[in-house]
Ligand binder design. Structure first.
Ligand SMILES: Cc1ncc(COP(=O)(O)O)c(C=O)c1O
Length: 476
């Protein structure tokens, strides 16, 4: 019987690949004119999709056409320069191409032996970042620590909490289950991923203390100290503190030196979540945000938010890699190999929860090499400048007020007309498709957030956003 193949041949791949690259380049040229927030209703996209999968393969060009017809209407354009919502998830040419190559190689880099380049490039790029961001040298792979790429900050923070749990329980809870009485701390402005980490790690959210914050929404170190003392008096075991550099709601900066000193005094694992704002440290003038990092046991930040590296790409650093590896390492017979046994290599499967891992460092490597430190600094600086300008415009308009300090690229502000006026203002703006911004609640009040971090956001987009906000403000 003659061999039959349904596969795409390299020749066909070349042809269709060119079409896809053309599509992507066109998309980036037109994205700024598309309505930023998808305007579809629930079920609209599903209705355009057949209920059953095709029995026979279809023409590739028809699929590409359906991308425009079916998919795009249901896409919120995170890569529009008019995207100011949440925190960004920005992408860039070198990153997209690096990701494509990673897919092409299709490497599963669970062990050094399953593709040495996947491990060694990752180690080198994460060491570069220690220098690029001015992180403590203990995070270097050549010291006691090291970095690893994870999918998200949520996973990293979970790993940090697990390693802290194991260190405190002398590595017994992996075997025996989590004992009662362990208590973790973060501020009431910390990201919900810390609560999820408490849920998943067996600590329990009842044992995660949400410490109060000051008028700048930063954790109060005195309140933390008091809470730890009170818990100890009740016979509980404090073990973990997570501080935030740039909270999600308002970009508040927790006082790391004070919190770090408390952790050192009490022998607590000190984790720092700098999901978006950590990228600012590329610029020396913003490195003040991570003062106190020398106390940290672990640190996480997301190049997939503000460093032009498309989702997913989170960097997680530990000061003592042994604590992390002893927490997560497990070696079944079928993964045994000489390189691992020799102890001379890093097996990143021991540094996170999943076994399998993509070759994510490729896109990060491409981004860093393409932009250079200078290019990355330029664009981050520019975003901060634009946000600072926006904050001045808000302050100059009597109808508005700032709702929180704006140290970097996030501006929290509100119309003085109250919650209803702000809700209506946001709905009108987002429904217009001209820009997309989201909200939070600060001091119990509905607050608008405008974050500047999309790769291609320039002065004219920030000006356009402010003009539209002013126009709509006249109607609420
Ligand atoms: C401070 C902070 N931590 C953690 C996260 C979660 O990020 P990820 O989606 O990478 O888990 C976010 C997301 O916005 C965040 O702002």
């Amino acid at each position: 019987m003659s061999e039959k193949s349904y596969h795409m041949t390299p020749q066909q791949f070349r042809q269709y690949g060119h079409s896809v690259v053309e599509w992507v380049a066109d998309y980036y040229q037109r994205v700024e004119n598309l309505p930023v927030l998808s305007q579809v209703k629930p079920g609209d996209i599903q209705r355009m999709l057949p209920a059953e999968a095709p029995a026979r393969g279809e023409d590739f060009n028809a699929m590409l056409q359906d991308l425009d017809r079916v998919v795009l209407p249901g896409v919120t354009h995170w890569q529009s320069p008019n995207f100011f919502a949440y925190f960004p998830a920005n992408a860039s040419g070198p990153s997209i191409l690096g990701d494509l190559l990673s897919s092409a190689l299709g490497v599963q880099g669970m062990l050094w032996a399953t593709s040495p380049a996947c491990t060694e490039l990752e180690t080198r790029v994460l060491d570069w970042l220690v220098q690029m961001l001015g992180l403590p040298s203990k995070f270097l792979s050549t010291a006691t620590g090291g970095g690893v790429i994870q999918d998200t900050a949520s996973s990293s923070s979970l790993c940090a909490m697990l390693a802290a749990r194991e260190r405190t329980t002398k590595y017994a809870s992996n075997r025996q289950g989590c004992p009662g009485g362990l208590v973790a701390y973060t501020s009431n402005q910390a990201h919900s991923s810390l609560e999820k980490a408490a849920m998943v790690s067996g600590i329990g959210t009842d044992n995660l203390r949400l410490v109060e914050v000051d008028e700048r929404f930063a954790m109060r170190a005195d309140a933390l100290s008091r809470q730890i003392e009170a818990d100890r008096k009740c016979g509980l075991t404090p073990f973990f503190v997570s501080a935030t550099v740039g909270t999600t709601s308002s970009n508040a900066l927790d006082p790391l030196p004070l919190i770090g000193a408390i952790c050192a005094e009490n022998d607590l694992w000190f984790h720092i979540d700098a999901a978006m704002s950590g990228t600012a440290a590329l610029c020396p003038e913003f490195r003040y945000i991570q003062e106190g990092l020398e106390f940290a046991d672990s640190y996480t930040f997301n190049p997939h938010k503000w460093m032009f590296t498309n989702f997913d790409c989170n960097c997680f650093y530990v000061a003592d890699r042994k604590a992390l590896i002893d927490t997560l390492s497990i070696l079944p017979e079928y993964l045994r190999n000489q390189a691992t046994e020799s102890g001379a290599v890093t097996d990143y499967r021991d540094w996170h929860i999943p076994l399998g891992r993509r070759f994510r460092s490729l896109k990060l490597w491409f981004v860093i090499r393409y932009y250079g430190i200078e290019g990355l600094q330029y664009h981050v600086r520019r975003h901060v400048e634009l946000a600072q300008e926006f904050s001045c415009w808000v302050q100059q308009d009597d109808r508005f007020e700032l709702a929180a300090p704006a140290p970097l690229n996030l501006v929290c502000f509100r119309h003085r007309g109250g919650d209803k006026a702000n809700e209506e203002l946001m709905s009108r703006l987002n429904a217009s498709g001209d820009l997309f911004l989201t909200h939070t609640r600060l001091d119990g009040r509905f607050t608008l957030r405008l974050c500047i971090g999309q790769t291609n956001t320039e002065q004219r987009h920030a000006e356009g956003a402010w003009r539209r906000i002013q126009e709509e403000a006249g109607k609420v």
